[in-house]
Write a protein that binds this ligand. Sequence first.
Ligand code: G16
Length: 543
Amino acid sequence: MNIRTVSTTPFSDQKPGTSGLRKSVSVFQQPHYLENFVQSIFDSLEGYQGQTIVLGGDGRYYNRQAIQIILKIASANGVGRVLVGQGGIMSTPAASCIIRQYQAFGGIILSASHNPGGPDGDFGIKYNVTNGGPAPEKVTEAIYARSKVIDSYKISDSPDVNLDKLSVLRMGEMAIEVIDPVEPYARLMESLFDFDSIRQLLQSDFRICMDSLHAVTGPYAKNIFEKRLGAASGTVTNGKPLEDFGGGHPDPNLVYAHDLVEVMFGDNAPDFGAASDGDGDRNMILGRNFFVTPSDSLAVLTANAHLVPGYKDGISGVARSMPTSAAADRVAAKLGIDCYETPTGWKFFGNLLDADKVTLCGEESFGTGSNHVREKDGLWAVLFWLNILAATGKSVEDIVKEHWATYGRNFYSRHDYEEVDKAKATELMERLRGMVGTMKGQKFGEYEVEYADDFSYTDPIDSSVSQKQGIRIRFTDGSRIVFRLSGTGTKGATLRVYLESYEPDASKHDLDTQLALKPLITMAEEIALIRQYTEREEPTVIT
Ligand code: G16
């Protein structure tokens, strides 16, 4: 095997965002673009030579080509073995599971998550570390620093390998094992949940609909729900992963998973509906005519964890990202466990999970997970809900409404202004940054600012500090407005406005969310001049 050292020049835009490097496919297809980034990963790591790396992706356009390139660079750089998912497929939580089960050195996951795919869509790459979780900021910063000065990469001249057949191959000194990406993950799920009870539920007249949105969870969901749990064939819809996700937007929310939403809010709706995203780490949970906000979902899972075999001995703590509602905080207080508030990005949960400070974590962005892996996990959340439903015999709506009656309701919504002018969005944020220092005590009608700041996080385990994580404006009645720019978009900027208010009175829990939040929505405009800066009359997506 011949190893070539190829001269290159740096690209200036290879800074990983909230979750790895995400760009349009055409950016990744530029000569040397992917190669530079992958070589920068290896150049930033120590001790990977001779070790095992896990490799796979969500099956989107360019996944297969990228895998062949990465295998050749890995081989040329002295990686010992690569475990690659059959067909190049591996969901993000399964990659985390496989890194941990095989005690691999790390993993490279190819995905732009919920962003659309296809030749005109997005592609992405991220590196996960030995604990199975996304690389922490010090690692992504080192990769970025290297990408800015890189002048060559090493690549093997070997032919492409067959990714479709389970086999053990060689590329020079490096072994390539094409593995079943579903089996290890499905077994882990079986070890956590009461599959017998869920099977009974699914074989009764209880009806479920699982929409995989033509993304990576199709094979996983079919294996788990239809094969292992005996759900009716056809329970999993859009179950074949397609390179362009069938032209859809693989984002499980009320806007992009509209087919499922229509079914669940239509006549004769099933009892339970769920969807997951491009790479399988996000989830949306629906009951019959009922939507569970991700923030409430985390709180409900925390409150009911004792019903699930894998968590029956109690949970050590819970963590949520800063913009996620405080519903889980109330459960934690009642259970007498700690609740941590971290910046947006699953990577911030890693240290807390490793140190067993928390067992469950969640984010408003349709992500929930636990210490079973180090990524958020869409199907895990679906199984957790089904386990609770099987154990209680209640409906999704009853579970949530009873939860609100016990803890009060945190009305919550996120308003996204997508693909707005980046310079103007940055200006909006800078203006808010300049304002927060003097906002304490300021009154807006009946609302008085309790505190306002730009969220900064000091990791309780390694003391690393992450600044500028979003503008928080909290009012004395417990309600809150948060402003952030997304770190995952690829076009212009996406402004996210997070709105939350707390209502202890159960007689008011059925109020429409947008109505309940109306005063805050008006105040957000008044404070941030959103229309002026975004030049938009209304948000693109409301969840
Ligand atoms: C990623 C991160 C999440 C984050 C989400 C949204 O999810 O892993 O932690 O909450 O992006 O981030 P932003 O608000 O910066 O767009 P995923 O599913 O896209 O990998």
